[in-house]
Design a protein around this ligand. Structure first.
Ligand SMILES: [Zn+2]
Length: 83
């Protein structure tokens, strides 16, 4: 089972280094994580992560709000990076 997460076209994000909000998306990278099985099926999360262009710090991968929530999950619910 594959679950895809994405952001809205034209969306803006905060710089991960200084927190400046409203940074435009420069490009994006795809990341995948193994999630706990859903029923008997292997589950994978696939997300397009935005890389923002901060006027002060240049291009960096933005922090997306749900990644912090994933880290807060108990181990048995936490997706792990795909091998
Ligand atoms: Zn910055």
């Amino acid at each position: 089972m594959d679950i895809y997460l994405d952001f809205r076209k034209g969306g803006t994000f905060s710089c991960p280094l200084c927190g400046t909000s409203g940074c435009k998306v420069h490009d994006s990278t795809m990341k995948s994580w193994r999630h706990m099985n859903l029923f008997q099926y292997k589950a994978y999360l696939h997300a397009r992560l935005p890389r923002v262009d901060c006027p002060s710090h240049g291009i960096h991968t933005a922090k997306v709000p749900w990644l912090g929530r994933v880290a807060a999950l108990p181990c048995f619910l936490r997706p792990s990076p795909c091998p």
